[in-house]
Design a protein around this ligand. Structure first.
Ligand code: AMP
Length: 390
């Protein structure tokens, strides 16, 4: 195939082809497992080695994202490039696109890797989004606090996930300190949402525009980090239907080819507000790996390869619990490992570990998925299995 064929290819990319993954974390690892199961080869690119993705990929390239010569070389050796980490610089995606098809396209990455751009895109296109305003100075922040009242959340526009770069402001006199702590960065201020619950819709869009989703998944966060996800969400049908319709419209508007997750707050008065978009498989969709006919990772593969999308049917109600580094005895200055055998004693629980070498507080090291006759039961089992690790 010539270079221009490779960047504009409209033919399906078939098993035996090579998929390039920018980023090397657990999302890339689970994607690589799905891809290798279907007979694809996987190359991964990141500034590290012995990474969660690299451990299961065919080839692990270690280079910085701004090494555009390395990026072009990486893209030249693969049939399609995707990413598992949205904070890839836009120039990196552009350089890759000179040598291979990049899916989802760089414009999706550009919009979603910056909270200000993402929220502006959502608001301008009529999607319901948490009230926000851009903050460039202390005056902007004070004006925002007057508009939204306290509490409110100051967030960095770039490089934010799992509550990183966020400060909750509970009184007007904290404004100056919050601004000083933030330094000279592009910020947004968001109104505090007193939500009834959080939910997400993981959607997938094929190269032909076909749309699939896994329904509404209900999410509990702890310290701003996802703790437990449950499917199907225990919500009125019309809320689920509306959330799915919003997700479908977002994927269409962004012309996504691949998987994108829409995270929502459901307010106490029954309104859905979009909190955030993630242009890739998402932590809340990990339970699809064990509990669905087609997982979010296989669907991402099918989409970026231009294959028909698979059934997203949930085979059994399921719940997923994250395993953070805090569970490791060494993080508390003790010796030993979590009690894996005790978790494996739950016959309907599946253990996923990401191969990360150093546990740290708040670091996602793995997850457990439980399946049961009801979502509530699955949530109860997965929490018990996690407790058994300690
Ligand atoms: P984020 O990184 O923006 O997704 O935030 C992580 C978590 O912090 C969310 O899932 C919420 O639990 C909480 N959070 C973030 N923004 C807000 C907000 N504006 N109002 C209430 N809770 C929030």
């Amino acid at each position: 195939m010539t270079r221009s064929d490779k960047t504009t290819n409209s033919q399906p990319i078939l098993p035996g082809s090579v998929i390039g993954v920018l980023g090397s974390g657990q999302l890339g690892r689970m994607f690589a497992i799905a891809a290798r199961r279907m007979g694809y080869r996987v190359h991964t690119f990141s500034p590290e080695t012995d990474t969660p993705t690299g451990q299961v990929a065919d080839v692990e390239i270690k280079a910085h994202y701004d090494d555009l010569i390395a990026v072009r070389g990486f893209a030249s050796d693969v049939d399609v490039v995707t990413f598992e980490f949205e904070n890839i610089p836009a120039e990196t995606a552009q350089a890759a696109a000179e040598r291979a098809l990049v899916r989802p396209g760089g414009a999706v990455l550009h919009t979603t890797q910056n909270r200000r751009r993402e929220k502006t895109f959502l608001r301008d296109n009529g999607f319901p989004v948490t009230p926000f305003r851009a903050v460039n100075s202390l005056e902007d922040l004070k004006a925002g606090l007057n508009e939204f009242g306290c509490p409110a959340v100051l967030k960095t526009a770039g490089f934010g996930y799992d509550g990183k770069g966020q400060t909750k402001i509970t009184s007007h006199d904290q404004a100056e300190a919050a601004m000083t702590a933030a330094g000279k960065q592009e910020m947004i201020l968001e109104a505090w949402v007193d939500f009834a619950c959080e939910l997400s819709v993981v959607g997938a869009r094929g190269a032909d525009g076909a749309f699939t989703h896994w329904g509404a998944i209900q999410n509990d966060h702890r310290n701003h980090i996802l703790d437990v996800s449950v499917a199907p969400a225990n919500l009125p049908l019309e809320i689920t239907r509306d959330a799915v319709e919003i997700a479908r419209a977002v994927l269409e508007q962004l012309d996504v080819v691949g998987v994108l997750c829409v995270e929502f707050f459901l307010t106490r008065d029954g309104r859905l507000l979009i909190n955030e978009l993630a242009p890739r498989p998402h932590n809340s969709g990990h339970l699809t790996f064990d509990a669905c006919v087609t997982s979010q990772f296989e669907q991402q593969l099918r989409a970026v390869c231009g294959l028909p999308l698979g059934s997203t049917e949930l085979l059994r109600p399921a719940a997923m619990a994250n395993l953070l580094g805090d569970l490791w005895p060494c993080v508390r200055g003790e010796s030993g490992e979590p009690n894996w055998a005790a978790a494996c004693a739950f016959p309907n629980v599946k253990l996923h570990l990401y191969g990360k070498l150093t546990p740290k507080p708040g670091r996602k090291m793995g997850h457990l998925t439980a399946m049961a006759e009801s979502a509530e039961k699955a949530a109860e089992i997965v929490r018990k299995a996690r407790e058994a690790l300690i």
